[in-house]
Ligand binder design. Structure first.
Ligand code: ANZ
Ligand code: ZN
Length: 818
């Protein structure tokens, strides 16, 4: 008898599968397609347990679906541009490309050691010119469609990474990558017009029924739609007007001041002749040093300055002082707010601090507000002190006042979104060059598509002070204008790497195509992705950007779907000693060690068994041992029966132990099929397989052998998506020629699931006291006799009156005694 030695079988099968092309995508027209995708990794160096967990789930799905008769697309690639490569290059005096490709080679090898069923013919590497050529092509598509533009403005700048960041990459005022406090800088940068898609990105979330609610909520909040009214105020002594955005036009008569964001473009004009000009300029500079988060935090101190100028109230004609304050954001609404201290908390606080009037215009129905107010009243009520609108319910007044303003052309109903356009310029080397040329004659000129790719120059200064690394390579910078042939210079910023990952899942469908980013017809056959598996941290980054890209490609007629990911699964973290596994915490368990000690199958079985996939998994060395022992049990079971398989008797499971094992086998098939499929709960599936293994071990020697062999075979089939090597080896030991991974998924026989006997819970006065097992055909009287005969029940019932005897068929008995 051979012992279970993973080292002897895993490499062997991996090689065999590669040689026989087991993982090559099949595109057969008589089978349905299934696209299973795990978020591709950044090639940081080596795999961590989070990767292993992610890939084990994806691999299980891919194998399960293939056995269920689907053509399965299950590709892998590398999100290979990005800062760490550049930082490592600076540190090691090497080139980012060699660092990146070394890491890819190492990590690809690790993935192969896990026996993952990826189709390596479709591997994608975003830093490779045959990929980023098409990223540039897509940038030009956006440009042609008016969706890529350059603008000057205040941008988020990370001093540590010395590059700008998109809003999505600033988390609580800090850089998403390095945690450094982000500052504002005025720069001219490229943007993608994601705000054009805000409404569709919002409403289409409702169609994503197989996405976690949590992710959808995060996207909704990020898009931040708000319905309101723009109200136009005149400016005393000046031309023009000031528009404010308000969600509460019902409070219009309670306005006692206006506040502008320090960045508001009208400030300079209306204070040009003001004696306070210098004071104002100084104030603005002060405020702008603070980040957005600091400025708007609920507990942040509100600071403001009176401009000395006045606005004209659109209804009353009153003069309203114009202030500048830190709590008004420049890029939300109109960057100007009407101050209603009586009914808005922030305004109340501000008015108190600067002694501005507070005017009540909404009275609650059940009490009279006491003036002076101790706090803003933000509830519902009836309008007072509001001219012809007095007496209206404030919710009705929102409508009435908006309509009135619209009629007088002093306002307009609008919506505002929190979502901002996506800033994509990066002052870094290791990214996709933006295919744009600047010519003195022709201005901004896109590089013609047939001249792509604009190759990244090899030689640059990585730590150029005050400019992008690409700007240090003169032969890159200086070029000729594609339009007039004259002298021109190239754009020297590179693209945000989130652009690379916004379309890679589409490229996989026709990964090697040389004439276009993808083949529309092939893409439409495979996409949307049926199951997308990855971390929650991408909720408003990658997942929002990819949805945006897909919609643009749809509108350009290049794909026929509007959402890229039909079903999204976000997995939990891998933790140890209660904390996320990380180098800095020193609590890392390395995948290589687990593989060399126990084999890949144990690692895979363990990560799928130790916790439901959406929960955090607390690493336990005993748990790994347990998984290894379980696989050993399966090994010995199959090994011990290999000779019986050689002369396999037909099964007879009409009665006795054979019937019971047959039923258990089919119960396991049903359970595992549901768990792998709709329920997406792998730990319970493994439990069901373990129970079946236990039953086979306990099966009497003299009972029907054919039934036993059927059960053993079923164990291997059910386990094969989780532990592909051991099951393949045993499958062969049992005498099969063809790979277990090409077998049909077992189906259950409904006849086997019919229960002959049913367990009833016995309650006395609603409390569970015992359980009885009765034939499924038992009558009510038979059940009653048996229930009352139980020791514990007798004690409670004897000598008492039975008031009621309730039978819930198939479930429980309740005896009510007085
Ligand atoms: C007057 C008012 C009275 C307001 C009241 C609220 C309550 P949401 O729901 O988030 O869209 N606001 C508008 N633009 C702003 C900006 N750029 N920076 C800071 N605050 C701004 O919030 C909309 C409300 O936030 C608007 O309605 C405005 O204050 C403020 F009793 O206008 B409100
Ligand atoms: Zn030109």
């Amino acid at each position: 008898e051979r012992k279970y030695e993973p080292a002897n079988i895993e490499k062997k099968w991996q090689q065999h599968w590669e040689n026989t092309g087991l993982h090559t995508t099949v595109e057969s027209s008589d089978r349905p397609n299934y696209y299973c995708l795990e978020m591709f990794p950044y090639p940081s160096g080596r795999l961590h347990m989070g990767h292993v967990r992610n890939y084990s789930i994806g691999d299980l799905v891919a194998r399960f679906k293939r056995m269920q008769g689907y053509n399965v697309l299950h590709p892998m690639g590398w999100d290979a541009f990005g800062m760490p490569a550049e930082n490592a290059a600076i540190k090691n005096k090497s080139h980012p490309a060699s660092w990146t490709y070394d890491n890819i080679a190492f990590m690809r090898n690790q993935q192969k050691e896990f026996g993952l069923t990826y189709d390596w013919n479709r591997e994608i590497t975003t830093c490779s010119p045959d990929y980023y050529k098409w990223t540039q092509w897509l940038f030009l598509l956006f440009y042609e469609r008016g969706l890529a533009y350059k603008k000057k403005g205040a941008v988020n700048w990370c001093p540590e990474c010395s590059t700008v960041l998109a809003n999505e990459q600033v988390e609580e005022g800090k850089c998403w990558r390095c945690g450094t406090e982000v500052v504002k800088k005025d720069l001219e940068q490229w943007y993608l017009r994601i705000t054009d898609y805000a409404e569709r990105l919002l409403t289409d979330l409702d169609k994503l029924s197989e996405w976690p609610e949590r992710v959808k909520t995060m996207q909704r909040n990020w898009i931040g739609k708000s319905t309101g009214t723009e109200v136009i105020f005149g400016i005393d002594g000046h031309e023009g007007s000031l528009k404010v955005f308000t969600t509460r036009p019902d409070t219009l008569y309670g306005v006692t001041y206006l506040v502008l964001a320090p960045e508001h473009p009208e400030i300079a004009r209306i204070t040009a002749d003001s004696p306070k000009r210098d004071e104002i300029r100084q104030f603005i500079e002060e405020v702008r040093k603070k980040s957005e988060i600091e400025r708007t935090a609920a507990d942040a101190e509100k600071i403001g300055l009176f401009t000395g100028e006045y606005a004209i109230h659109p209804k009353t004609g009153d003069r309203v002082p114009i202030w500048i304050a830190n709590y008004v954001l420049p890029d939300y609404g109109t960057g100007a707010v009407m101050g209603v201290p009586a009914h808005d908390e922030r305004d109340f606080e501000f008015a108190k601090k600067y002694d501005l009037p507070i005017k009540v215009v909404i009275q609650p129905a059940d009490e009279q507000l006491e003036v002076p107010l101790k706090a803003a009243y933000t509830g519902e009520g009836v309008l007072v002190d509001s001219a012809q609108f007095n007496g209206l319910q404030n919710l009705d007044a929102i409508e009435k006042i908006s309509a009135d303003l619209e009629q007088e052309r002093k306002g307009e109903r609008t919506v505002s979104y929190r979502l901002r356009d996506w800033l994509i310029s990066r002052q870094r080397y290791w990214g996709c060059p933006i295919p744009i040329v600047y010519c003195e004659q022709c201005g901004t000129v896109p590089v013609p598509k047939d001249q792509l790719p604009v190759l990244l120059p090899e030689k640059v200064e990585f730590e150029a002070v005050g400019k992008s690394p690409l700007a240090t390579n003169e032969s890159f910078v200086n070029t000729t204008c594609p339009s007039c042939g004259g002298e021109a210079v190239r754009e020297t910023d590179t693209m945000d790497t989130f652009i690379d990952s916004s379309w890679y899942y589409i490229r996989y469908a026709s990964a090697k195509l040389e004439t276009a980013p993808f083949d529309t017809e092939t893409v439409n056959r495979w996409l949307p992705v049926d199951k997308y598996i990855g971390g929650i941290e991408h909720a408003v980054l990658h997942l929002l950007y990819s949805r945006f890209f897909t919609k643009v490609l749809h509108d350009a007629g290049l794909v026929n779907f509007e959402e890229p990911f039909e079903s999204l699964f976000t997995l939990g973290m891998v933790t140890k000693d209660g904390a996320k596994m990380s180098k800095s915490k020193g609590n890392v368990v390395s995948p290589e060690d687990i593989v060399s000690k126990y084999g890949a199958d144990t690692a895979r079985t363990y990560v799928l068994f130790a916790a439901p996939p959406d929960r955090d998994l607390e690493w336990s060395d005993q748990g790994v041992e347990g998984a290894y022992r379980f696989l050993g049990r399966v090994w010995r079971l199959a090994e011990a029966h290999s000779e019986m398989f050689a002369n396999r008797p037909a099964a007879n499971h009409s009665q006795g132990a054979a019937k019971k094992l047959w039923q258990q086998t089919h119960f396991a098939i049903k359970k595992v099929t549901e768990d792998y499929g709709d329920r997406f709960q792998f730990n319970t599936a493994i439990s069901a397989i373990m129970e079946l293994v236990n039953s086979i071990y306990a099966y009497p020697e003299d009972a029907d052998a054919g039934t036993k062999l059927d059960a053993i075979e079923t164990v291997l089939l059910l386990l094969s998506p989780i532990a592909p090597h051991i099951t393949e080896e045993l499958w062969q030991i049992l005498g099969n020629q063809e790979s277990i991974h090409l077998q049909k998924w077992p189906t259950f026989d409904p006849a086997a699931l019919v229960q002959d006997e049913i367990e009833y819970v016995v309650q006395v006065n609603g409390k569970v006291r015992d359980r009885i097992i009765v034939s499924k055909d038992a009558t009510r009287d038979e059940i009653k006799v048996l229930a009352l005969a139980q020791e514990k029940v007798k004690e409670l019932v004897e000598g008492n009156d039975i008031k009621k005897f309730i039978v819930v068929p198939g479930k429980l008995v309740n005896i009510v005694v007085a």
